[in-house]
Design a protein around this ligand. Sequence first.
Ligand SMILES: [Zn+2]
Length: 143
Amino acid sequence: MPSGFRKDGTKLGFQKGCISLFKGKHHTKKAKEKMKKAKQGKYFSSNNPNWKGGRRINSKGYVWIKVPKGTPGAYKIKSLIDYMPEHRYVMSKHLNRPLNRNEVVHHIDEDRINNKLSNLLLLSISEHIKLHSIMKHQSDQKS
Ligand SMILES: [Zn+2]
């Protein structure tokens, strides 16, 4: 038996079929779909019990809602078209104006799913950072 051949006489190494698995169009398309799904999963989990139709919870625990086209603050990127964070939407509706870029909506009880107006606080970015450092300081003292 010459080297390079298996006991049954077939040649060792990659078979044509194996190579086409890696180079074939079919594989590429499947891989793309897999990547797309993985990417979406990064942002949203449809397994989340709070997921309802146009309401999604992203990986950071924020609720995103589907809003009418052209709503200020709504995102325009691929998987997020006409979606925006619910807490920002609620605050913007309350103020009857779009939120500025330097405005942050803080969750008073720190529950990102509790988007009742009474739980939301409008702060500037710097005020928000200050508030969180105070909160962190307080919780450090407790422990
Ligand atoms: Zn906050």
